[in-house]
Write a protein that binds this ligand. Structure first.
Ligand code: KG4
Ligand code: ZN
Length: 349
């Protein structure tokens, strides 16, 4: 079946068309991206050093309609060929989410189509289904992005449990804020990735983000503050600092923290497959380290291509398909939620 998907939870407006078919029996179900249009607002927000919610909402409003029709045109399909409309409804910036939710609601209602609300974090995990058609639950996932850091036990496509998460800042925020104090424009994660290639990982010791309390939780605010303080101290003393070394040391600290909790989560759950997703999964150092870590333990490792790591609507459609099969539906009362929320199965009258 063909699905249309909409994503507008943060600073990317995206519309995608997917062809999905999964009877549960195939070795590799059909999971095909027919189009995945993304309009990034990063340049606009870079002027302010971070996402400005009101500007994001306005930019989504301007882009969403034409982007949706471009996605249909690129897929060579009309709205009549679509069987369901999927939309990110939580979590995210409330004003940004509302643009996508209201647009999707209107489109579904006007065309008599089912509406499927999708959780953004589940969507990030589903990016791996598109990249690896053979991937099926159960597996362990780490969603690492600008807004989230969650270790998730994926039991079935629609039964997921968060077993560890950040207690404060997200992993991407640590990268973005560190980049910002070093004068690198928002979002600085990708630039730090490149700089870290040339720096010394042992130049500065930053505190681990893996909380040592027996849980699977992280704390990235300490690392973030340590980087900021380190740079401020050097600047006040009039000393020069090497951006590459700080990038490499920070990356090394983050990678070690992730591997620590990944090891513990694999041990706890006994799962033999792992996926790393979300914008920070684009980090070349983290990708390599996680792949090697899993290979040493005989754990199958799935990391989507960089093009599917950041926010995009194709991943929302991939999760939306499985939510649709499970009977999840939204109606005209569907609301967006800034905080994490899953959606109840529709109880048939
Ligand atoms: O998933 P995403 O597009 O949006 C959220 O849901 O938050 O993630 C964006 C985050 C930003 O913090 C950005 O700096 C980070 O992903 N990012 C990276 C890299 N590419 C993007 N962080 C580290 N290394 C990268 N190569
Ligand atoms: Zn995201």
């Amino acid at each position: 079946m063909n699905l249309l998907a909409i994503e507008s939870s943060c600073d990317e407006t995206s519309a995608a068309v997917l062809q999905m078919e999964d009877s549960g029996k195939e070795a590799a179900p059909l999971r095909k991206i027919l189009s995945n249009k993304i309009a990034s607002q990063a340049e606009t927000h870079a002027l302010y050093g971070g996402v400005v919610p009101e500007i994001a909402s306005r930019a989504h409003t301007e882009a969403i309609s034409s982007l949706t029709y471009e996605a249909l045109a690129e897929a060579s399909l009309g709205i009549r060929d679509i069987k369901a409309v999927c939309v990110t409804a939580s979590p995210g910036l409330i004003g940004a989410l509302l643009v996508g939710v209201n647009f999707a609601k209107a489109l579904a209602y006007a065309n008599g189509l089912p509406l499927v609300p999708v959780n953004h974090i589940r969507g990030h995990i589903a990016a791996s289904y598109l990249a690896y058609p053979e991937l099926r639950p159960p597996f362990l996932a780490l969603v690492a992005s600008g807004g989230h850091t969650s270790l998730v036990r994926v039991e079935t496509y629609t039964s997921l449990e968060t077993i560890g998460q950040t207690r404060d800042d997200a992993i991407g925020e640590a990268f973005d804020k560190a980049a910002r104090v070093m004068g690198i424009p928002y979002p600085g994660g990708a630039a730090l990735d490149r700089l870290a290639l040339e720096g010394r990982t042992d130049a500065v010791r930053f505190p681990s983000a893996a909380i040592a309390d027996g849980t699977l939780d992280f704390s990235f605010s300490g690392v973030k503050t340590a980087v900021i303080n380190h740079i401020h101290k050097l600047t006040q003393a009039g000393e020069a600092y090497e951006v590459r070394d700080i990038a490499a040391s920070l990356t090394d600290c983050v990678v070690r923290s992730v591997l620590k909790k990944l090891g513990a989560a694999l041990e706890l759950t006994g799962l033999r497959a792992f996926t790393l997703t979300g914008g920070v999964a684009a980090n070349s150092h983290l990708r390599r380290a996680v792949e090697a870590f899993c290979a040493e333990r005989g754990v199958r490792c799935y990391i989507p291509p960089v093009s599917l790591c950041g926010d995009n609507a194709a991943m929302i459609g991939a999760q939306g398909y499985y939510e649709f099969l499970a009977g999840v539906r939204g109606d005209s009362s569907l609301d967006a939620s800034a905080t994490e929320r899953t959606f109840p199965l529709r109880t048939k009258a």
